[in-house]
Design a protein around this ligand. Structure first.
Ligand SMILES: Nc1ncnc2c1ncn2[C@@H]1O[C@H](COP(=O)(O)OP(=O)(O)OP(=O)(O)O)[C@@H](O)[C@H]1O
Length: 257
């Protein structure tokens, strides 16, 4: 078991964004977290990564309790995420954006940075070569020198994934990675996420693109108004009457909108 979520609740004032949500993710799985707008999916990511604490419940990562830890400790333990809205440094190059991610993981101390010691220089070489490797991994090897704001939308999303992978996650949380992508970009994303899985990284995915979710995920949990209404394989989820009602009942979207 990589991640075990037990009876997580989160309220914002009077609003219960998550109510007693439990699910577990096995090592190497691609696990989908779906549900209509406002169902509580991003809130769950924010609780897992300690953007804010849960109101109740427990989160175990690799058997150890992580709720109560600070965000940076959770990153160090091996959980990384991307955001629904792209959060790259727009003026920095693609390579630099990934280097920032590797740096978060590096061991260089303040003094070695100031004195530019031999070990500091070695560290810098390591960081740039690792960042280059990650750019190649996500298919952006020819764009290292390009400012991230000048990359196409789908490329920016892949760059975000490269940056999240820079800190060697064991669990990668992807928040709507296909949002705004065209068909070709979504297809590339499918292959990229499969490649990430092949590297032994477990993936927790929030996504509204249902054909992609159904093709990609090993298992799926469905939230509606902060409550988990279903969990199962893509086939089980697609034929679950409560899930169908939850999607059809929402004015803005149905499951395959
Ligand atoms: N920081 C916050 N303060 C107050 N309310 C919040 C906060 N974050 C989320 N909410 C509320 O909690 C509920 C769940 O929101 P959340 O963003 O988790 O849904 P979601 O399933 O990710 O939706 P979407 O698919 O639209 O991104 C919503 O009603 C939202 O307005």
């Amino acid at each position: 078991m990589v991640l075990q979520i037990t009876k997580i609740g989160k309220s914002f004032g009077g609003l219960q964004a998550l109510s007693d949500v439990s699910f577990s993710i096995n090592k190497g799985e691609i696990f989908g977290l779906i549900g209509p707008n406002g169902a509580g999916k991003t809130t769950m990511f924010n609780v897992i990564t300690a953007m804010f604490p849960p109101t109740s419940g427990e989160i175990l990562f690799l058997e150890g309790k992580i709720n109560g830890l600070k965000s940076h400790s959770i990153t160090k333990k091996g959980i990384c995420r991307t955001f629904q809205n792209i959060r790259l440094f727009p003026k920095m190059t693609a390579l630099e954006n990934v280097m920032v991610g590797v740096h978060c993981r590096s061991n260089a101390g303040v003094w070695s940075s100031v004195l530019r010691t031999k070990s500091q220089r070695k560290e810098e070489e390591f960081i740039s070569s690792k960042a280059n490797e990650l750019l190649t991994f996500v298919g952006l090897e020819n764009y290292g020198d390009v400012a991230s704001e000048n990359l196409a939308y789908g490329q920016q999303r892949r760059l975000e994934i490269a940056r999240a992978m820079a800190s060697d996650p064991q669990l990668l949380l992807l928040d709507e990675p296909a949002a705004g992508m065209n068909e070709t970009e979504t297809n590339d994303l499918y292959h990229l996420i499969k490649k990430i899985q092949k590297q032994g990284i477990t993936v927790l995915l929030i996504e509204h693109d249902m054909p992609l979710v159904m093709k990609l995920c090993d298992r799926i949990a469905v939230l509606n108004f902060g409550v988990k209404i279903a969990e199962g394989t893509p086939e089980e989820i697609q034929s679950n009457p409560e899930v169908i009602v939850a999607y059809l009942g929402s004015e803005e979207e149905d499951m395959y909108a």
